[in-house]
Design a protein around this ligand. Structure first.
Ligand SMILES: Cc1cc2nc3c(=O)[nH]c(=O)nc-3n(C[C@H](O)[C@H](O)[C@H](O)COP(=O)(O)OP(=O)(O)OC[C@H]3O[C@@H](n4cnc5c(N)ncnc54)[C@H](O)[C@@H]3O)c2cc1C
Length: 628
C-alpha cells in the first residue's frame, strides 16, 4: 500500500497483469538465498549420496539443479508478485462458495502439471520419485515467495499421500490422479467447534449404510482451503466416529468426503457439504479458512480409509508431514523477512559511527551499527539453523524410505518422531521473534504497509497455533516422544549429536563449540532424567507443567547441533580454499555460528535452572486467584 493509502493493485484501472508488473519492478528484493540452499543440500547433507539407492538412482546433481532452477523461476515469476496482492484481496464467501484470487486456478494447474504436487510420489503412482530433501527445499522456496499460495498444493499433496498410503485401490483411482494434477483440492478436516487441541472429543458421526459409503453428519471448523473456486472439487480427509465404537481417540475413523461426489453417470454432483462460514484472519490471508457443515440434507457420503477406528493413527502421517510443513513455512517466512530487512539495512543511511564525532560527515548505512548487525545475525542464526534442522528431518524421511535394513528404518523413524515437535515449534516461535526483529530493523517503515515486514509479521503468527499449538507440541515431546520405547529416540538423538562432534573434532576452530555442545548434552540428560523421576514420584501433572519450556530448552540444543554440523562444512570449505565472494559467505556463516553459541545457546542456563526447580508453581496456582 502506498502512502496515499491505496494499494497499487487496488487501482480499478490497472489490470491484474499490470499490477503484477508493478509489483515485480518494486519488489525485486531477494526472498531466499540460493547459495545457502546449495550449501545445505550439497555440502552439509550430501543429497547426491541418496542416488546410490535404487529408488533415487535415476537422479543426479544435474537433475537436482534443474528442479531448483525451475522452483526459483516459479517462485519469482508467479508466486512472489502475488504476495501482497493476495493479502489485500482475501477470499470471500459469495452465495455459498468461496471465491479466491483468480490466479489460484492457474497456479494449481501449474503445480499439478509441473509435477510439484506429485514430486515425491513413486513413478507407478504418477510421481517424480524425487528425494524429500529436495521437495522440502522447493517448498521452502515457494513458501518464502508466497506462503498462502504454497498451502493449496501442500495440503493436496498430504491428502493424496494419505489415500495412497492407507486407502483402497478404488479410492486411489477415483481421487488421487485429479488431486496430483491440481484439479481437485485436498484438505485435512479435523477440528470442530468443541474439539481443537483435543481431537478425542470430536462429534462428527459416520453412520454405516447398505452401500459402500457412510453418512457423515456435523461440522468442521478452521479448515484450510476447505472450499474454493480455484479447483473443480475439494476432497476432505475427514475424521469422524462410527457410532458404537470405542470412546476417545480409539473410536476415530478416517473418511474421504468429497465436496462433489461422482454419480453413476460419471458426473460430479452435490455431496451435501456446505461451506457455512469463512474466517477473517490476522494474516495468511491468501488462503481461505472455512467452516463446513455436513449432512444438513442427510445425504453427505463419506468413504472409509483403511480400517475403522484407526483414523487418528492414519491421520498422524498427514499431521506429522504438515507439522514439518508448518516448520518449513515458518522458516520460509522468517527467511523472506530476513532478506527484506537485510536489503533495507544496506540502503538506509542514518547516524554516524560512534567514533566519528563530526556532524558534517555523511550518515552511514545502518548495517554498519553494531546493534543492527546483532539484529541481522539473530535473524540469520534462527533462519539458517531452522533450514538446517528441516533439511535434516527430510533426510531422515528419505533414509527411512530407501534403507534396506529394517533396524535403520526404525532408527530414522524414531529420530523423526522425536524431532517433529521441535521442527514444528522452533521455527514457529522463533520465526515470530525473528520477523519482529526484522521489522525493528526498518524502524517506522517496518510498521507501515509500504514494506513487506508488517505482512510477514501478521502472516507468521499462525504457525505456533495450527497443526497443534506449541503447548501441545511440548506435551508431545516430553510426555510421549522422549520416553517412547524406553527412551530409544532420545538415545539415538544423543548418538547423532556425538557423531557430529566426532566429525567436528577434525577442525581446531570448532573446539570451543564442541565443548559448549558437550556441556549442553550433559544438561539435557540431567534435566530429562530429573523430570522423568518427577513423573514417577510426583505424578504427570507436575512432570508436564513446564513441557513448553522443556521444548524450548531441547530446541535450542538441537539448533546448536545443527550449527555445529554446518560448522564442519564451513571449515572444510575454508580450509580447501574458496573464491573471494564465496569466502565471505563462509566467513559470514562462521560468525553466525559464533553468534548462536554466544547469544542463543546460553539461554538454556536459565531454562535448565527453572526446569530443575520444578516446584509446581503453575499447578498450585488456583484459577480463583486470577480474579481482578
Ligand atoms: C489459520 C488456521 C488454519 C487452520 N487449518 C486447519 C486445517 O486445515 N484443518 C484442521 O483440522 N484444523 C485447522 N486449524 C485448526 C487448528 O489446528 C486449531 O486452531 C488448533 O489445533 C488449536 O485448537 P483450538 O483453536 O480449538 O484451540 P484450543 O484447543 O481451545 O486451545 C487454546 C489454548 O489452550 C491450550 N491448550 C488446549 N488444551 C491443552 C492441554 N491439554 N494442555 C495444555 N494446554 C492446552 C492450547 O495450547 C492453546 O494455547 C486451523 C486454524 C487456523 C487458525
Amino acid at each position: 500500500m502506498g502512502v496515499s493509502g491505496q494499494a497499487p493493485n487496488q487501482g480499478k484501472e490497472a489490470s491484474f497483469f499490470e499490477n503484477i508488473y508493478l509489483w515485480k519492478s518494486r519488489m525485486a528484493a531477494k526472498f531466499i538465498s540460493e547459495r545457502n540452499i546449495r550449501f545445505l543440500l550439497y555440502e552439509v547433507f550430501d543429497i547426491e549420496s541418496l542416488t546410490k539407492y535404487d529408488y533415487y538412482k535415476d537422479h543426479n546433481r544435474k537433475v537436482f539443479d534443474m528442479v531448483l532452477k525451475e522452483a526459483m523461476r516459479l517462485a519469482k515469476d508467479l508466486l512472489y508478485p502475488l504476495f501482497e496482492e493476495m493479502d489485500r484481496n482475501p477470499p470471500g464467501l459469495v452465495q455459498g462458495e468461496v471465491k479466491v484470487h483468480p490466479s489460484i486456478r492457474d497456479l494449481m494447474k501449474e503445480f499439478g502439471e509441473g509435477g510439484w504436487i506429485s514430486a515425491t510420489f513413486p513413478y507407478e503412482h504418477e510421481g517424480e520419485q524425487l528425494p524429500h530433501m529436495l521437495a522440502e527445499i522447493c517448498e521452502l522456496i515457494f513458501a518464502a515467495a508466497n506462503y498462502s499460495t504454497h498451502a493449496y498444493p501442500g495440503l493436496t499433496h498430504g491428502a493424496a499421500h494419505l489415500i495412497e498410503s492407507f486407502g483402497s485401490q478404488d479410492l486411489f483411482e477415483i481421487y488421487v490422479p485429479n488431486m496430483l494434477a491440481g484439479k481437485w483440492q485436498g484438505t485435512m478436516a479435523l477440528t470442530e467447534p468443541e474439539a481443537g487441541s483435543s481431537l478425542a472429543d470430536i462429534v462428527t458421526t459416520a453412520e454405516p449404510t447398505n452401500g459402500d459409503y457412510y453418512l457423515i453428519k456435523e461440522q468442521k471448523t478452521f479448515i484450510s482451503a476447505g472450499d474454493h473456486d480455484g479447483v473443480e472439487n475439494v476432497i476432505h480427509l475427514m475424521l469422524a466416529k462410527i457410532p458404537g465404537g470405542p470412546p476417545g481417540v480409539k473410536g476415530i475413523s478416517l473418511f474421504v468426503v468429497p465436496k462433489k461426489r461422482i454419480n453413476q453417470t460419471g458426473n460430479l454432483e452435490f455431496n451435501d457439504v456446505i461451506c457455512s462460514g469463512i474466517y477473517h484472519k490476522l494474516g495468511y490471508r491468501g488462503c481461505p479458512i472455512v467452516q463446513l457443515s455436513m449432512g444438513d440434507k442427510k445425504d453427505c457420503r463419506g468413504w472409509l480409509v483403511g480400517e475403522p477406528h484407526r483414523g487418528l493413527a492414519y491421520m498422524f502421517q498427514m499431521m506429522n508431514e504438515a507439522r514439518i510443513g508448518v516448520g518449513m513455512g515458518a522458516t520460509a517466512m522468517a527467511t523472506a523477512a530476513y532478506y527484506a530487512s537485510l536489503e533495507y539495512a544496506k540502503t538506509r543511511h542514518q547516524g554516524r559511527k560512534l567514533t566519528d564525532k563530526d556532524p558534517t560527515l555523511p550518515p552511514i548505512p545502518i548495517i554498519q551499527h553494531a546493534d543492527v548487525k546483532r539484529i541481522l545475525l539473530f535473524q540469520r542464526a534462527v533462519v539458517e539453523g531452522a533450514q538446517s534442522l528441516l533439511t535434516q528431518c527430510s533426510r531422515y524421511v528419505d533414509l527411512m524410505k530407501v534403507s534396506n535394513d529394517i533396524k535403520d528404518k526404525k532408527k530414522y523413524n524414531l529420530l523423526l518422531e522425536l524431532l517433529t515437535p521441535i521442527a514444528k515449534s522452533y521455527p514457529s516461535e522463533m520465526g515470530i521473534l525473528s520477523v519482529s526483529q526484522g521489522l525493528q530493523c526498518l524502524g517506522g517503515s517496518g510498521y507501515c504497509a509500504d514494506y513487506p515486514l508488517e505482512q510477514y509479521y501478521r502472516d507468521c503468527r499462525i504457525h505456533p497455533i495450527h497443526e497443534g499449538t506449541t503447548g501441545i507440541q511440548g506435551i508431545d515431546l516430553l510426555g510421549r516422544k522422549v520416553i517412547l520405547e524406553d527412551g530409544q529416540p532420545f538415545a539415538l538423538f544423543l548418538d547423532e549429536l556425538r557423531h557430529t562432534i566426532e566429525r567436528a573434532e577434525r577442525y581446531p576452530e570448532l573446539k570451543i563449540y564442541i565443548d559448549e555442545l558437550n556441556k549442553a548434552i550433559k544438561r539435557l540428560q540431567a534435566v530429562t532424567h530429573h523430570l522423568i523421576s518427577i513423573s514417577q514420584q510426583k505424578g504427570i501433572e507436575l512432570f508436564l507443567a513446564d513441557a513448553t519450556l522443556y521444548l524450548e530448552f531441547f530446541s535450542i540444543i538441537t539448533i546448536a547441533w545443527q550449527w555445529l554440523l554446518q560448522g564442519v562444512a564451513i571449515q572444510k570449505a575454508l580450509i580447501e580454499g574458496t573464491r573471494t565472494g564465496d569466502r565471505n559467505f563462509y566467513e559470514g556463516k562462521m560468525f553466525t555460528l559464533r553468534f548462536f553459541y554466544r547469544y542463543e545457546l546460553p539461554k538454556i542456563l536459565w531454562l535448565s535452572q527453572r526446569l530443575m526447580e520444578c516446584d509446581g508453581l503453575t499447578v498450585e496456582m488456583k484459577t480463583d486467584y486470577f480474579k481482578d
